[in-house]
Design a protein around this ligand. Structure first.
Ligand code: SAM
Length: 243
């Protein structure tokens, strides 16, 4: 663990929930400072149209900045109803409803398989419990950014320290290993759309979706969307996932 916090303990219903149901949360609400949020999103290279999930979204600040400043489709998963309501109200006030949304559920139960980027400010112990879910659900190449707490057993691509007012923060950037390799069907047919044509020309059984996205300077999501259409047209047979 990087920092020892008094809140590194399971907390129980200290949050003023109105329905007095005993609730057990994995981590209390402690917000990530804005400068750290921005740096997390910069390090993850969040690009317009990409899908981001913040696991335990608190007041929604990561989701809001990802949508507002980075053009992402951003989802927060937040177990506390009060924080869910508060952050959804803010999203609506900012007119970001089309790009940002909070889901009021437990992140262990949420489907996050569509993510390009996952952000977390949890605890090393919670990251450890989340790890099997992340490894199972996330596609190769998905970026995972964790504020202050490592994912044990994963090797970070970048570790950066950010100084903010009264303390320093560590940011860990990880990338889910593996490759997705599209395989052409070998059927000849003309493709009208120039972008789809470019993508198809790079489908050679060696290039991964990430390689193609780098060559064409677009996001892997854009390549994946083009490949979906090429599969519908019978020109791409499958996308092999190598983990
Ligand atoms: C340390 S805060 C981080 C908030 C926000 N991501 C940020 O960085 O500013 C952790 C948040 O996770 C929420 N949380 C804890 N356990 C959760 C769970 N199992 N499912 C969903 N949210 C959870 C807490 O209510 C809290 O708002």
């Amino acid at each position: 663990m990087v920092h020892a916090y008094p809140w590194d303990l399971p907390l129980v219903n200290l949050y003023g929930d109105t329905d007095l149901t005993p609730m057990y949360y994995d981590v209390p609400f402690v917000p990530t400072p804005e400068v750290v949020v921005r740096r997390m999103l910069q390090l993850a290279r969040v690009r317009p149209g990409e899908v981001l999930y913040d696991l335990g979204s608190g007041d929604g600040r990561i989701v809001i900045m990802a949508a507002k400043e980075f053009g992402a489709y951003a989802y927060g998963i937040e177990i506390r109803k009060d924080l869910y309501e508060q952050s959804m109200a803010k999203i609506r006030d900012l007119g970001l409803d089309g790009r940002a949304r909070i889901i009021n559920t437990n992140f262990f139960d949420a489907d996050i398989s569509d993510a390009d980027v996952v952000t977390m400010y949890l605890l090393t112990s919670v990251n450890e419990r989340l790890r099997p879910k992340l490894e199972k659900e996330l596609r190769p190449g998905t970026r995972v950014v964790s504020h202050d707490f490592e994912v044990s057993g994963w090797r970070p691509v970048i570790v950066e320290e950010v100084y903010e007012e009264w303390r320093s923060h560590k940011i860990y950037l990880y990338k889910i290993p593996g490759k997705e390799i599209p395989i052409a069907s070998g059927k000849g047919a003309s493709v009208e759309d120039p972008f789809m044509r470019q993508v198809l020309s790079l489908v050679d059984g060696n290039n991964s979706i990430e390689d193609i996205s780098i060559k064409l300077n677009v996001t892997p999501r854009e390549v994946r969307n083009a490949l979906k259409k090429l599969m519908e047209a019978g020109l791409v047979e499958e996308i092999k996932v190598i983990r």
